[in-house]
Design a protein around this ligand. Structure first.
Ligand code: AMP
Length: 188
């Protein structure tokens, strides 16, 4: 099944083509139709399987343009993963005018505050720094329509679950949720 049969938007298909992807990977084939149909998904998948595109392509296809609100939030356990995933999403979205930002700790707040002030459609964040911004009133999640919990078992291992719960409490209940995890322990 080619990417063109999955109901993805034209700008997203152009992004996929520019990335040189020819065929969807197995996780993409399974997750994309479910997310396009508005169903929440739990994916058991490791890094390297193509899971970033599995959630990003169908969500980007449904985002539309409603600036300046943040409508897609991706939580990642580490700054490296957050940076990597934001780069991928930015690449997939290159033929749309969607604005993305990455947010993690250990760096200054200035640039992140500036991006938030200008308005972003998509945030890829580690939980701690996102909570800092929320507490400082520089970031609101009340327009989030798509929430992605990536590498959920690693977030659990790193002790982020209480932070993740606090973030979930601040997202609208009426939203789409995707969860990806290499393993699915009971807490997840
Ligand atoms: P991920 O598991 O999302 O970290 O992706 C692993 C690598 O596979 C990344 O370098 C992606 O760019 C690449 N990739 C993802 N989906 C495809 C695809 N359908 N065809 C070719 N490469 C892909």
């Amino acid at each position: 099944m080619p990417f063109t049969k999955l109901g993805l938007s034209n700008p997203v298909l152009a992004g996929v083509k520019a990335m040189g992807y020819v065929e969807p990977t197995p996780i993409q084939l399974r997750a994309i139709p479910l997310i396009m149909a508005g169903q929440d998904v739990i994916g058991s998948a490791q890094t390297g399987t193509g899971k970033t595109a599995a959630f990003a392509l169908p969500i980007l296809s449904q985002l539309g343009q409603h600036p300046p609100h943040t409508r897609m939030l991706v939580l990642e356990p580490t700054r490296e993963l957050a940076a990597q995933v934001e780069t991928a999403i930015h690449d997939f979205a290159r033929f749309s005018s969607l604005r993305t930002m990455v947010m993690f700790g250990g760096v200054g707040y200035g640039k992140q505050r500036e991006s938030l002030k200008n308005g972003v459609d998509i945030i890829v964040a580690t939980p701690g720094r996102l909570l800092d911004h929320m507490q400082q009133g520089t970031c609101r999640l009340d327009h989030v329509r798509f929430l992605v919990l990536d590498e959920a078992d690693r977030m659990l291992d790193m002790g982020f679950l209480p932070d993740v719960r606090r973030i979930l409490d601040r997202c609208p209940r009426d939203r789409h949720t995707s969860l990806f995890s290499a393993t699915i322990p009971p807490e997840i």
